[in-house]
Design a protein around this ligand. Structure first.
Ligand code: NAD
Length: 318
């Protein structure tokens, strides 16, 4: 039996919990949230999933109630309290593996502080940008011409959460291109900062472009209105690729194969199994993802500060 801690049992946390129920292993799951409503929602969603082996659950609003040894800790709060919660957990518990939600942290200093803590405690950690878990992307990577730059565009219309979701597309773009460094062009964004659907966080609209030193390019677009078309278009040398997230397909030239798209409730069981059985998983490691996050954060923070008239070192991206 493995001990799982889920810290933050809101929208995505409750989906992690549903996913955990699909694990092939016996689990003792501790769901921790300050909000009784979130705990109730999580309990309700957990019960919607069919019984599957031994899955004990405990819903608590104090970390003190959680066992001392934890095999896998998933931190699914918003980004603002995340670093403090990681510290709170690691200062008082022995954790083997940790999975942190994106957007990792809003303050640049929190990346180095958390890395030092994870290293000091010997905890292996990853960040949940889950496209890397989709078999379709693994297959696609093998088909790409690695010598030719990749050009990717996503999103026209619909306010799909450019600012908080860009890191998902950056993560998979860097996976496919094999690149680590990029620059961000914000000149196509509107000079407006919107409230996010998550209270206390912000959103951006317009075009955002990411380029790598070897000429790969990712363009993300969003607008306030219009229909959101969930398709990603790519060009790579002579190849044209279309990923239809809604249909769950990848079309590579004329060859169609499954994307293997899954919601979080279809992924967390596999993620836990991979961690406890092999000690690793397909997600970007904490170090790698921190590097991706910091490059985005250092570009976007001054942009938001300027529009808002703020001088903070903390960026409310969730
Ligand atoms: N990886 C993905 O695909 C994906 C998808 C959706 C959301 N997310 C990310 O997950 C995070 C959470 O998003 P959400 O929509 O679930 O938000 P949410 O507000 O629904 O849930 C956050 C939960 O954290 C709890 N919380 C806050 N501070 C806490 C503390 N100190 N101790 C314990 N619990 C605490 C809140 O009570 C709340 O229930 C965000 O950063 C978001 O960007 C990731």
């Amino acid at each position: 039996m493995y001990t799982i801690l889920l810290a933050g049992a809101g929208n995505i946390g409750s989906r992690h919990l549903q996913g955990a129920k699909k694990s092939a292993n016996d689990l003792d799951i501790w769901v921790y949230d300050l909000s009784e409503d979130a705990l109730a929602l999580s309990r309700e969603r957990f019960e919607q999933i069919p019984e599957n082996g031994v899955k004990q659950t405990h819903y608590v609003n104090a970390l003190d109630d959680v066992p001392r040894h934890i095999d896998v800790a998933i931190v699914a709060t918003g980004s603002k309290p995340r670093a403090a919660i990681v510290r709170q957990i690691l200062d008082s518990r022995e954790v083997k593996y940790m999975v942190l939600e994106k957007f990792l942290f809003g303050r640049v200093a929190e990346y180095a502080e958390t890395k030092a803590l994870l290293d000091q405690k010997g905890v292996k950690a990853w960040v949940n940008c889950p496209y890397r878990m989709f078999e379709g992307y693994k297959h696609l990577k093998g088909m790409l011409d690695a010598q030719a730059p990749l050009s990717v565009s996503f999103g026209n219309g619909g306010n799909w959460g450019l600012c908080c979701n860009a890191i998902h597309y950056i993560d998979i773009f860097l996976y496919l291109t094999g690149q680590e460094d990029y620059s961000v062009d914000l000149s196509g964004l509107e000079n407006e900062v919107l409230d996010s659907k998550r209270p206390g966080y912000v959103e951006l609209i317009g075009d955002l472009t990411v380029t790598t030193p070897r000429g790969d390019k990712l363009t993300l677009q969003t607008s306030k209105d219009g229909e959101f078309i969930q398709k990603i278009h790519m060009k790579n040398g002579a190849h044209a690729i279309e990923i239809d997230e809604a249909a769950g397909t990848i079309t590579f030239d004329r060859n169609v194969f499954p994307l293997d798209f899954a919601f979080q409730s279809g992924l967390t069981g596999r993620l836990i199994d991979s961690l406890v059985e092999s000690g690793t998983c397909d997600l970007s490691s904490f170090d790698k993802s921190s590097h991706y996050h910091i490059q985005f954060l250092t570009a976007v923070l001054p942009f938001i500060n300027k529009i808002k008239g703020w001088s903070t070192d903390s960026c409310p991206i969730t």
